[in-house]
Ligand binder design. Structure first.
Ligand SMILES: [Zn+2]
Length: 113
């Protein structure tokens, strides 16, 4: 497992449909058990994953449902190091490897405004 950060956000479980606040785990920026909310700026510093020069990224998030314990997966949109949105995983991004995907400036597909 290792270290990760969390985002406290409201979400709905894909398994049991429980809806409420989940602590979505992700690995981006300084990885040291930071607790964020949507709108916060990612803290940088070693040990870190990613690069503060990356403008637009989607990061894989995971949260266990507090009711049924099933893992729920998310796409976390981060623009200029600010956490913009946490969405149910679309399946559009390949997180194998680093656990996040850098978006080109013209790669708007799949991103909810
Ligand atoms: Zn559940």
């Amino acid at each position: 497992m290792g270290l990760y950060n969390t985002i406290d956000t409201s979400a709905r479980c894909t398994n049991c449909c429980w809806s409420g606040n989940m602590a979505v785990q992700f690995k981006y920026g300084n990885v040291h058990d930071h607790e964020y909310k949507v709108g916060n700026r990612v803290i940088w510093g070693r040990p870190q994953i990613g690069d503060p020069k990356e403008r637009r990224v989607v990061v894989q998030g995971i949260a266990g449902c507090p009711t049924c314990d099933k893992d729920n997966f998310f796409d976390i949109l981060i623009i200029d190091s600010v956490i913009k949105d946490v969405m149910p995983q679309s399946g559009l991004y390949d997180y194998r490897g680093s656990g996040y995907v850098e978006l080109g400036s013209d790669s708007e597909a799949g991103i909810r405004k």
